[in-house]
Design a protein around this ligand. Sequence first.
Ligand SMILES: *Cc1c(COP(=O)(O)O)cnc(C)c1O
Length: 378
Amino acid sequence: MIPYGRQSITQSDIDAVAAVLQSDFLTQGPVVAEFEQALANHCGAGQVVVTSSATSALHLACMALGVGEGDWVWTSAMSFVASANCARYCGARVGFVDIDPASGNMSVPLLAEKLQQAAGEGLLPKVVIPVHFAGQSCEMAAIQQLAVEYGFRIIEDASHALGGRYDEQPVGNCRYSDIAVFSFHPVKMITTGEGGCLCTNDSVLAAKARCLLTHGITKDPQSFLGERREPWYYEQQALGYNYRMTDLQAALGLSQLQRLAGWVTQRNALMAGYYERTTELPVNWLTIADGTLCSFHLAVIKVAPEHRQGLFEFMRAHQVGVQVHYIPIYQQPFYAADHAALPNTDAFYQQVLSLPLYPTLTAQQQDYVVSLLQAFLQ
Ligand SMILES: *Cc1c(COP(=O)(O)O)cnc(C)c1O
């Protein structure tokens, strides 16, 4: 089976992990901090906090921004469920903004419209979570303008977009947001097995996230609330979690990060190869905005809705592991009760299929994938 995405592991990755295994610390050692610094340098972010997953980073981000009972958090339904679940963990209610069908990203005009309506009803969101679909940044400058106008905070779910650029600058620098979150799951841009991180330029948010990351405990005497100063004293100040990344994982991530820029170039070249091979076929590709470098976590095509399921089954029957990204979150039973469908999201979902895309995909494999598309669609 040619999968839709897969990790790439070299001997240097294995050596980096083995070195940690033979060191004094398997977790809470020095490699986590090294990985955080390398990510901060890569993204141009003030601070990076690595976590056990993007899901836990999204949860920490919501908590750091004070999301709680009675608040509204808005996101895109054309995403993985974690983009919405993070708000529900905090007791908040979730609203979904419709997408721009050309990119799959949250539509700025439809966000503006929904905000205007919510302002009239006193139901404005505390946080909006734009999702950078397939690795292309949302229109963050325009979303930030709306944030200033309507007083909400922004968490970028950049799980797909590590290595991408917006407005000529790296995604994750948080120029237009409070926090950005990345995933290091094996199908994503780099991997640590499971893992993720949050980026921010706000040191107060970073400190809150860091405290909640490890049980709500601080060991820093400067920030103790009480008077106690025994040498072994530590203080739990909030109800936190164990969302830490291990040093084993950080070593893998640090090693992978060195190859990220090359992988983004390779993924873009592979996409150009797909475009060339499909000019005669009835398939559409996502539109990529000028000034944007898409990291291309996913190679998403749109086909006529009546062909999509047949094509999925045909490709799978011929050992090509296509996938559908995503079932709209509001169609999940957990969310369905209180959410109406959104027309663009629904129509997009009926058409999309993700083709294989990963750095080691060969030209021959691409030829094979496209020959199957041709056989089915023509
Ligand atoms: C993968 C993904 C997540 C969750 O990432 P994990 O690291 O698996 O928790 C969240 N949001 C989006 C958009 C994703 O694609």
